[in-house]
Write a protein of this length. Structure first.
Length: 159
């Protein structure tokens, strides 16, 4: 009876090892397929860059709207300055039309080297903007916590 239980446990252990090994091979195979898909053609790289541009554009849009509502930053884009007082829908439409219009030309001519280079430049520009947003929010949070600390120190007001 004991040897049957031991054999059963050994079999289960071997099955588990095989399953884990198959999973690891599956994950590695999936990553290698994604990597080869990206390296295989310029068109795939341009598509990935356009997706990245959309994500960074959405990040920029959300932070632009939020900072305008909070009033801690002044918008420098002359068109966006005119659209922000009208509400969020006009600025969303503006940014979506601009990003969509630019990406259409990227996607239509995605097999050309110059389009890949242009997509890289636009992606890096949006990445730079995202880094600047992060720095702005760090300064804002430091100043906000400093202001809250100053308010606490001056409480209660003197006679």
């Amino acid at each position: 009876m004991k040897s049957a239980d031991m054999n059963s446990m050994e079999t289960r252990h071997q099955d588990l090892k095989a399953l884990v090994g198959a999973y690891q091979i599956g994950v590695a195979d999936r990553f290698s397929r994604i990597g080869s898909w990206l390296a295989r053609s310029r068109a795939h790289r341009v598509i990935c860059l356009v997706v990245g541009i959309y994500l960074l554009n959405a990040f920029d849009l959300l932070l632009t709207i939020h900072s305008h509502k909070e009033g801690f930053l002044t918008e420098q884009n002359p068109i966006a300055v005119q659209l922000l007082p009208l509400g969020t829908l006009p600025i969303i439409a503006y940014k979506t039309i601009l990003c969509g219009g630019g990406s259409i030309s990227f996607l239509l001519f995605r097999r050309h080297r110059v389009v890949e280079l242009a997509a890289i430049v636009v992606f890096l520009a949006y990445l730079f903007i995202a880094i600047r947003w992060q720095m702005c929010y760090e300064v804002y949070l430091m100043s906000a916590s400093h202001l809250q600390l100053a308010d606490v120190e001056s409480f209660p007001p003197g006679p």
